[in-house]
Each structure stands twice: as structure tokens, then as C-alpha cells.
Design a protein around this ligand. Structure first.
Ligand SMILES: [Zn+2]
Ligand SMILES: [Zn+2]
Length: 320
């Protein structure tokens, strides 16, 4: 049996070229949202989109229940998501869908909006700092919400405080829970990347290179590499069309010198392919070196563009 694109059922799709760098290729997108939080697609939609990109794993990581108006309704929803993913994993042999969550840090000492038991049953645990949350207390709300949203923008002292408290909160969450990935570090809530990366490396938690938010920098990745942390390049897709759209993250990681060993969702490109890519690059470099010098630029004031008059000399075709 074949589908509309001529692929037989359960035959793995070829990997989308945008997911391949010189030294690694991505096989999973570990951060996607569905209608269980404020995503637009279903689990099945995200799974099919990931499959079209040639991915072999995709995680469903909807927002924890304390995300203000956009989280899962209750902790029990995670059980429903888990049951649905189990169903799809029986149906599809060429792709695995993981039941996960993107939990919220709701206290300044790193507590999440989910109990540890709920996290234990999941395949993948993502957590992150968001200011759109229901904080655990007024004091937590002052630091995690009000300060990040308003005060830190007005005063340097409060900005320093936000950075210090945000970093402490996320580091303590890493130490308190068994987390796989920290989502979009530093997005709208400033953190000390050195300190975060050091804590994450110690606990085996990956930091996300988010392809879904354009704030990421090569410097952020280089700091992480120096601290020995692993990364995960993810889409944070809120609609199926964005699942597996990782090109910006892949290019950023490539520029920072990331290899497959630094990524939890990539495998090395075969040595032969890597060698061919290096040879092609060497050929381009050589061709550029041997290329004849460009023609001298025209003397100032003289244009090389054809004179307007030349056009007038072209005889007009008479229409009959
Ligand atoms: Zn998030
Ligand atoms: Zn997200």
C-alpha cells in the first residue's frame, strides 16, 4: 500500500536536507505543542508532520497546568496524552512519538507545576522559565512575573535581581527534578548562561537551541560547549507546519562548531559524507583562489550600461 507521495506505508521518508549539517543530522524534534495546550494541531498532526520531514522521533510537550490560560487543564491530561502516544506507536513503525511536557517553574526555588510522580511516567521532561504563569505565591509572582515583565525594564538594579533570581530558579529546578531539556534558555527571562550550563552539564540535562525563537546566538552555544553541556535543537512548534522546522537552529549550531556528540537529537553524518562535504568545500576554496581577477571597474563617471539611444535604433515591428 502506498500513500499520496508514492511511499509505501511505514517506509521511512528521506530526511529533509534542512536537518543536515556538515557533521550531524537531526533525527528528532523534542519540543512541540498540540491542542492539549495552545497548539493548533493534534498529536497525530504533529506526528505526520515530523514523519514528512524524515524524523524518527517527535515529542509532544504541552505546557504544564500553571501556564496562564494556555496550559493543560489538569495533571491527568498527561495520562491521556500518554495513552494516545502509545496508540500511535502501535500504528507507526517508522516513527516514535514521545509523551512529554513543558513544565513551568513556579517558585524562585525551582519548583515545577507538576508533581514528581506525574513526570516519572513521561518519556521526556522539558521545563522552562515563562512569565505567563500562575506563580505559587505572591513573592514568587513578584520575582518571576512582575520583575521580569515590568521592573527589570525600568531599573538596572532590578534587572540584575531578575537575572540572579531567574538563574537560581532554573538551576534549582534542574537539581530538584530529573529533567531532559531546558526550553529556550534566556527567552524573555534573562539567565546567567555559564551558571545554567554548568548545572545542566552536571545533571545531564540538555539546553535547547530553539529554532522557534529568533533570539538565539552563537555565543550562547559556545558558552554551553565550554561548560560541557549537551544541546537539543527543537522547533517549539505551535502548529503542525512548524514541526521539524529546525534549519535556523541547525545553522547556528554548525557555526558554533557543534558536533553530533554535543546533541541529544542528532547522529553523526557518515564519515564518507562528511569527507565528501569537506572535499567539495576545498574545491570551492581552490576555485575561488584560482579565479581570474575581476575586470577593472570603469573610470569614474563612465557607465557601462547600454546607452538609452541604442534602444531607439532597434526597428519597431509593425503590427498588422
Ligand atoms: Zn516555552
Ligand atoms: Zn514550548
Amino acid at each position: 500500500m502506498t500513500d499520496d507521495n508514492g511511499f509505501s506505508w511505514n517506509q521511512p521518508r528521506p530526511l529533509d536536507p534542512s536537518l543536515r549539517a556538515r557533521d550531524f543530522e537531526i533525527f528528532a524534534d523534542y519540543h512541540t505543542h498540540t491542542v492539549y495546550s495552545h497548539g493548533k494541531g493534534t498529536i497525530e498532526d504533529n506526528l505526520l508532520a515530523a514523519r514528512e520531514k524524515g524524523l524518527s522521533e517527535v515529542a509532544i510537550t504541552d505546557h504544564g497546568p500553571s501556564a496562564l490560560g494556555i496550559g493543560i487543564r489538569e495533571v491527568k491530561t498527561l495520562e491521556v496524552i500518554k495513552a494516545r502516544t502509545t496508540h500511535y506507536n502501535r500504528l507507526f513503525a517508522d516513527i516514535r512519538v514521545l509523551a512529554g511536557v513543558e513544565a513551568n517553574v513556579i517558585t524562585t526555588d525551582g519548583r515545577l507545576d507538576l508533581p514528581k510522580e506525574a513526570l516519572k511516567d513521561l518519556d521526556l521532561r522539558v521545563a522552562g522559565l515563562h512569565w505567563q504563569i500562575i506563580p505559587a505565591s505572591a513573592a514568587d509572582g513578584f520575582d518571576l512575573v512582575l520583575n521580569n515583565l515590568v521592573l527589570a525594564k525600568l531599573s538596572r538594579r532590578m534587572r540584575r535581581r531578575a537575572r540572579r533570581v531567574n538563574t537560581k530558579a532554573i538551576v534549582e529546578a534542574i537539581n530538584r527534578y530529573d529533567l531532559d531539556i531546558i526550553s529556550h534558555p534566556g527567552l524573555k527571562m534573562d539567565v546567567d548562561t555559564h551558571e545554567l550550563a554548568r548545572a545542566a552539564a552536571r545533571r545531564g540535562t540538555a539546553l535547547e537551541i530553539s529554532a522557534g525563537h529568533p533570539y538565539m546566538t552563537v555565543d550562547f552555544i559556545r558558552i554551553g560547549l565550554k561548560e560541557g553541556v549537551k544541546f537539543s535543537i527543537d522547533s517549539d512548534a505551535h502548529r503542525p507546519a512548524n514541526v521539524g522546522r529546525l534549519e535556523s537552529g541547525v545553522r547556528l549550531a554548525e557555526r558554533a562548531g557543534v558536533t553530533a556528540a554535543d546533541l541529544i537529537n542528532a547522529r553523526p553524518v557518515r564519515a564518507r559524507q562528511a569527507a565528501a562535504a569537506r572535499r567539495a568545500e576545498a574545491r570551492v576554496a581552490l576555485a575561488e583562489e584560482l579565479a581570474p581577477p575581476p575586470p577593472p571597474s570603469p573610470a569614474p563617471g563612465r557607465s557601462t550600461a547600454p546607452k538609452r539611444d541604442n534602444y531607439r535604433k532597434i526597428p519597431r515591428v509593425r503590427r498588422t
